[in-house]
Design a protein around this ligand. Structure first.
Ligand SMILES: [Zn+2]
Ligand SMILES: [Zn+2]
Length: 246
């Protein structure tokens, strides 16, 4: 490294010190987690439920679904997520969504490529889940779009940002029971009438930041299939993994 670039690097770091988006400590490079936060993440990989992607403790073979999916099959075909939701992810998402760290989009979406490789390759259309939880925070951008755009580019798929429209603003979901969440999101979404023609017989991949109960993506999948979609898959950055869910 030359003296000039060393001086420039120091100067840039002074202006914009790269910080871990989860814990705020200064890191050696921009856009990444610190080593400690990175090591704490739980990346999700098979075996898992063939439909909702819930992680299994042991491999039951291909095509096996979890108890929840057997009891009541979701409207979506497959859901996959990169990491288990935890405090680190929660802090990253606060930086990403409410702290103007839009620069995190490409890096976070790269985590989703391995978990969602099959879904990404088989998709005809990639679409973000429209902005929600609007009552809590006013935001200038849709974080799902920031995750979807680099994925669509990497896999050469059409990105349709306005495929799904929010018919009304739903209540904040955080404090609601699963049944109440379902009621809350039913009828909350509609297919963009201008996009219905492009939907017939196509396989849609929905992109979102977190899968919690799946009520939101389930409601959207139901709507899209009623409007002609052949299949609807879901890929999220993180998912809530409750140890009692299976
Ligand atoms: Zn950290
Ligand atoms: Zn399942």
């Amino acid at each position: 490294m030359s003296a000039v670039s060393r001086v420039l690097g120091v100067a840039l770091d002074f202006v914009l010190p790269p910080r871990c988006p989860a814990c705020g400590v200064q890191t050696g490079s921009t856009g990444g987690l610190c080593t400690e936060c990175w090591r704490g993440l739980r990346f999700l990989a098979p075996p898992h439920c063939a439909q909702c992607g819930y992680p299994f403790e042991m491999d039951f073979g291909p095509g096996v679904r979890c108890g929840a999916c057997l009891a009541q099959a979701p409207h979506y075909d497959r859901a996959r997520s990169a990491v288990a939701y935890d405090d680190t992810i929660a802090r990253i998402l606060i930086s990403f969504k409410h702290g103007d760290r839009t620069d995190l989009g490409p890096g976070l979406s790269a985590w989703m490529r391995r978990a969602g490789a099959d879904l990404l390759m088989e998709a005809d259309i990639i679409a973000p889940v429209p902005l929600h939880r609007r009552r809590l925070f006013a935001r200038r951008y849709n974080q799902s779009m920031l995750l979807a755009r680099p994925l669509a580019q990497a896999f050469g798929k059409p990105l349709v940002g306005d495929l799904v429209l929010r018919a009304r603003i739903t209540q904040s979901q955080g404090h609601l029971s699963p049944a109440a969440r379902r009621r809350n999101v039913e009828g909350a979404f509609r297919t963009n009438p201008d996009r219905k023609g492009a939907l017939a017989g196509r396989r849609v991949l929905l992109i979102d930041d977190v899968l919690t109960t799946g009520a939101t993506v389930n409601a959207i999948a139901r709507r899209l299939k009623r409007d002609g979609a052949e299949a609807v898959d879901v890929l999220t950055l993180a998912r809530v993994v409750r140890e009692t869910a299976v």
